[in-house]
Design a protein. Structure first.
Length: 247
């Protein structure tokens, strides 16, 4: 990973960004980071949050943040204007949810202390097992949770706080590509920090990590091309300044 100062950032029309650990700092969105979102929007750079968080979070973000769209549930649902776009056919959602709830019970039996995240009640397409937000189970437990879920034929990936899982083979990357076409923004980049960002680190037009991505680098087969000096939301602010200077 090369320093962000070496990246050629001129001409990028959109920034797709992870939320937890990338926009947030210590679990909170700082005023200075929100201000960076506003400065990018005023300059004509679309910022799209791409998160494992639920539809409930995404609906609020799109209504109140200076963003044109939000991708939630690891690519399972996209909020764009008045439209809600699903990776799986809506008619399947109820059956998929029953399968996901059964998997949560299997995880609880296999991993002591594992439980659904408190915001899973607001999810439509995927669910999340909390391993590092309201409980702290450690990396070994998180890996075991992923193993159990994949053994049940589900897609599962770890973020900095949850193990998200779903029915299907879509992910953050597939959703970003579809939305970039809808927004008509061929020049877009991604910034993130976690294991569930790896598809975008591997295949986004340009991939950047905030500095705390180094903490999970050993678990990534594909690293971002560039990395900020600052961690978490401060790293996003660093990227925003660099993008605005390049314009």
């Amino acid at each position: 990973m090369r320093p962000l100062r070496e990246a050629k950032l001129a001409g990028f029309q959109a920034v797709f960004t992870d939320v937890d650990g990338t926009l947030t700092t210590g679990g909170r969105l700082l005023a200075s980071t929100y201000s960076a979102l506003e400065r990018l929007a005023r300059a004509g750079v679309a910022v799209v949050p791409v998160t494992g968080r639920t539809s409930g979070w995404a609906d609020a973000m799109q209504r109140t943040w200076p963003v044109p769209a939000v991708i939630a549930e690891n690519g399972g649902v996209t909020f764009h204007g008045a439209r809600r776009l699903y990776a799986n056919p809506p008619a399947r959602l109820a059956a998929d949810k029953r399968r996901l709830l059964a998997a949560a019970r299997a995880v609880a039996r296999a991993v002591p202390g594992a439980r659904l995240s408190s915001d899973s009640r607001y999810a439509e397409v995927d669910l999340a097992i909390d391993w590092n937000e309201e409980v702290h189970l450690g990396d070994g437990a998180a890996a075991r949770i992923e193993q159990v879920l994949r053994g049940l034929g589900l897609s599962a990936v770890r973020s900095s706080v949850h193990v998200n899982y779903w029915v299907g083979r879509w992910n953050k990357l597939t959703a970003c590509r579809k939305l970039a076409r809808r927004l008509r923004t061929p020049r877009w980049l991604f910034v993130g920090d976690s294991l569930n960002d790896e598809p975008l680190f591997a295949s986004a037009p340009l991939a950047i990590g905030v500095a705390n991505v180094r903490e999970v680098a050993a678990g990534l087969a594909h690293l971002p091309a560039y990395v900020t000096r600052a961690r978490e939301g401060r790293g996003f602010e660093e990227l925003a300044r660099a993008l605005l200077a390049a314009r």
